[in-house]
Design a protein around this ligand. Sequence first.
Ligand SMILES: [Zn+2]
Ligand SMILES: [Zn+2]
Length: 315
Amino acid sequence: MIREDEGPSGQYYRDDFNDHPGRCSAGTTDEDGIWLNQNDGAGTIMCIMVWILLGYSCLTITLLAQTGGISVYQSFIYTILVTMALACHVKTTLSDPGSVPASAVPTEAQRKYDKLSMCSQCQTYKPPLSHHCRICNRCISKMDHHCPWMNNCVGAGNLKHFFLFLVYTWSCSVYCLVLLGWNYFFCASDDCEFNMVLTQLVRIMTLLCIGSFLFTSSMIMNVVYGFMTGVGTIDRLKKKATNTINDSMEEPLRMIDIFGIGPWYTWPFPVDAIFEDYDLVMGFSTPQRLLREQILRERQDEKLQQQQGVNIGSV
Ligand SMILES: [Zn+2]
Ligand SMILES: [Zn+2]
């Protein structure tokens, strides 16, 4: 993407022309206006399970606060963490993870240096580091893996939301384990006594929190490894299987290619990232985008020539 020569310095040209179809149909094809994977029944159930489990944990903590086992403020903080986790979950599920459209073409840099390839299933250009997902039935740019808990692929388009979901869910389980642990080991007053129903709820909750803590910890390590090396989960497993993990040209991902160039306070929220160079992040361009950039570049050149003409005239 190229810089505007007008406006405040450092402001980037933002190509916000909407190339996507404005239809209300939900699916994973090029024509669908809303991204939603409907091809996997098990994934849909697991995706709903995340909501049930997080809702259950929130209900238990609220009941604990009502009976005086923990303070209202503590349960309020937990509810905020759960709300953020659920918001990130929705955003990950409903965001296009970086599907490669039929009109995709290599960027200028790729045409010069890379060996170009095509996906035999989609019959589209296959950018480097992209993979074909059989469940979504699309090629996904920088595909990390297909996550059944999200019922969606995790790729360049929704990596930020997925990572935030992991961080918030991890925080939920740690916070909950600390609260319950403190209650169990250090609280001797009558307020900390649970009734029969609550005791059962808390027991299940403790198991859930331990499971979720272990799972999200390992996933966070996976994703952070991907950030630090630029090698996603699928590529890492492939390299391990072929014993070429040490041969790879590892280059850390730039934070602005994950969280965008927006202000820092947008980073913890599941809002879409604005990329400095959309084509570079996605690994492909489209003829329309290339044409719009070319027209803008020509306009900039014209302005520059006019300015130079004025300067020479004034001298
Ligand atoms: Zn494909
Ligand atoms: Zn997928």
